[in-house]
Design a protein around this ligand. Structure first.
Ligand code: PGA
Length: 260
């Protein structure tokens, strides 16, 4: 059976508890429940608990933006996947901002993937090349290294729940997403890597998202790219109207998806 389309709001380090609650309220009014489209909100750790009590779980699921790979212990400042498991269905792992500002290594990301799965949380693994890597034509190599390391401790059963988001770093936070042709190439390369590790069935069924300047005017074109199953939305998800428009566009594309 075809998995639903997935739209994830990555709120990053924005919104205090009050602001997050207001936005959830607005979204609840603007977003209708659509079969075939799963909507996930990823607030900061502090906002997770109050929001988990407020949201209509039929409409919205929750994701953590990160998690610590060890389940419990003396790790000041950290929050583990084991602590998050009751609260979230998903966790974003290996976002380029974590790789960049928090020096996350390929191996740390591998351990986080395993920890999320161990705690029944669906990991959304972010992969993508920087501007320099794109200029140097290293995109394929970068994606290969990020994917093979991140998945290396997972079994073929584990892989069934994994989501991969292609997020070219140079497209994040701006108004220029990657071109559909480039997204198609990257997504098909991602599926090829998964196929090499886990076989064709896994390659075909894994959900692959696109993230990086997902704004309402672009998302229909992006969702029509072969192999794209959803979006990881940053700044546009902080605006209730824009995010609702994005969800509506994804829903409309899902209706005309021959595999839908
Ligand atoms: P953006 O961010 O939509 O603001 O480009 C996407 C992301 O970082 O996940």
């Amino acid at each position: 059976m075809k998995k639903p389309k997935l739209v994830v709001a990555n709120w990053k380090m924005h919104l205090n508890v009050h602001q997050a609650s207001l936005l959830v309220n607005k979204l609840d009014k603007k977003v209708s429940l659509h079969r075939g489209v799963e909507v996930v909100i990823a607030p900061n750790y502090l906002d997770l608990q109050p929001i988990s009590l407020e949201i209509d779980r039929r409409k919205f699921k929750l994701a953590a933006q990160d998690g610590y790979p060890i389940d419990e212990g003396s790790y000041t400042g950290a929050v583990s996947f084991a602590q998050l498991r009751e609260m979230v269905n998903y966790a974003i792992i290996g976002h380029s901002e974590r790789r960049r500002y928090f020096s996350e290594s390929l191996e740390l990301i591998r351990d986080k993937m395993a920890a999320a799965i161990r705690n029944d949380i669906t990991p959304i693994l972010c992969v993508g090349e920087t501007k320099e890597e794109k200029q140097d034509k290293e995109t394929k190599q970068v994606l290969h290294d990020q994917i093979t390391t991140a998945l290396s401790d997972l079994t073929s059963e584990d892989i069934e729940s994994v989501v991969i988001a292609y997020e070219p770093v140079w497209a994040i936070g701006g108004h220029n997403p990657a071109k559909p042709k480039d997204i198609e190439q990257a997504v098909s390369w991602i599926r090829y890597q998964v196929g090499e590790l886990y076989g064709k069935l896994a390659a075909d069924s894994i959900r692959v998202l696109y993230g990086g300047s997902d704004e309402p005017e672009f998302v229909t074109g992006i969702m029509e790219v072969d192999g794209v199953d959803g979006l990881l939305v940053g700044h546009a998800s902080l605006d209730a109207q824009q995010f609702a428009d994005i969800i509506q566009a994804v829903y409309l594309v899902s209706l005309s998806d021959p595999k839908g």
